[in-house]
Design a protein around this ligand. Structure first.
Ligand SMILES: Cc1ncc(C[n+]2csc(CCOP(=O)(O)OP(=O)(O)O)c2C)c(N)n1
Length: 325
């Protein structure tokens, strides 16, 4: 027996918690909340809920809290995030990735010395949501800014938070050379297979045949090449300490991805070189799908091409990068 509390006012009606509940205990209300969405409600009895927390883990909007049968709160929203509502569309998983990142930093006790760098893209306003120091970078240039911050303040924990258009296209040179230099920074790479913020143009990660506003007949690989597997490309380099790929399209995958994010920051905290976590993410709005359909599409199309798990973890201490300290 457990108990969940759903913040009706935060709910965007994406239904990710409904899909995540193994006991089918959550449903849409027929009423709209102040945001104009059909919010979700708990439909079971407290004794039906096991307190597994998957609904809370799957929620992109910090809308669910969970207690176990002894009345102990088992899912608490992290103080690494502000309480602001995000501007993300319903079913977008940027919010889940924000939360996992903030949870890891809180659990590792690193919040007080973290500097995040977010460039242009849907997460351009990430500084409103992360509750620690953030810097805004020009499109694609976050790894260069991170290099400067880390070299000037080696005691800081420095990470970039980048989309696939940003990292694999306009910022392709920055990420490659930052990884190759073995800068002691962490990169959270959100791959939603499209340029989200600007209206759904084709990205280097767009799937073959995928319809976008600049590939209305589907990505033609004979014309634009195959999608780039950035994690594998960076893993060919000597210096990175840790490279992995996760996904957050379900609560269970989000929990696995949190472990990868944790490892990445642990490597940085141990003064090792470059760590990188690519995270597959849904963009229901620009994919033209409902949140549930987007989850299925990601599972059927992206995961077979972008396999999940650790890509490279040489361990040990990588070559030292000169720092100012
Ligand atoms: C130098 C420069 N070129 C182009 C743009 C326009 N622009 C802003 S966001 C963006 C795409 C971002 O897509 P992505 O990095 O995949 O992130 P998402 O929005 O999908 O999260 C582009 C092309 C810009 N702001 N600056």
């Amino acid at each position: 027996m457990g108990n969940i509390s759903i913040a009706e006012t935060r709910c965007k009606g994406c239904g990710r918690c409904i899909a995540a509940c193994p006991r089918d205990l959550i449903e849409f209300s027929s009423d709209l909340n102040d945001l104009g969405y059909n919010y979700v409600v708990f439909k079971g009895k407290p004794e039906d809920c096991t307190g597994c927390t998957l609904c809370a883990v799957a929620c992109p909007d910090q809308g669910v809290e969970v207690w176990n049968q002894k009345g102990k709160q088992t899912f608490v929203n992290t103080c690494g995030l502000t309480e602001r509502m995000t501007h993300y569309c319903p079913g977008c998983t940027h919010g889940v990735i924000h939360r996992l990142t903030a949870e890891v930093l809180e659990e590792l006790g690193l919040l007080g010395r973290t500097v995040g760098i977010a460039p242009v893209g849907c997460s351009v306003l990430a500084y409103e949501y992360f509750n620690f120091d953030m810097i805004e970078a020009a499109h694609g240039r976050a790894p260069a800014v991170a290099t400067g911050v880390k070299r000037a303040r080696p005691e800081s924990i420095v990470f970039t938070y980048q989309g696939d258009g940003d990292l694999a296209s306009i910022g392709a040179a920055e990420i490659l050379h930052t990884a190759n230099r073995g800068e002691k920074v962490t990169v959270i790479f959100v791959n939603n297979a499209i340029y989200g913020m600007t209206g759904g143009q084709m990205a280097p990660t767009t799937m073959p045949g995928q319809h976008t506003t600049t590939s209305p007949f589907g990505r033609d690989v004979s014309d634009s090449g195959y999608p780039m597997r950035m994690a594998e490309i960076l893993a060919t380099l000597e210096t990175p300490a840790f490279i992995a790929r996760g996904s957050v399209h379900t609560g269970k995958q989000a929990l696995k991805t949190k472990k990868l994010i944790k490892k990445a920051f642990e490597h940085q905290a141990a003064d090792r070189c470059f760590s990188f976590v690519e995270i597959l993410s849904t963009c229901p709005t620009n994919w033209g799908l409902s949140p549930n359909e987007a989850t299925d599409w990601l599972e059927q199309n992206m995961i077979p091409y972008y396999p999940l798990g650790t890509v490279k973890e040489p361990g040990g201490v990588s070559p030292r990068v000169p720092t100012a300290g």
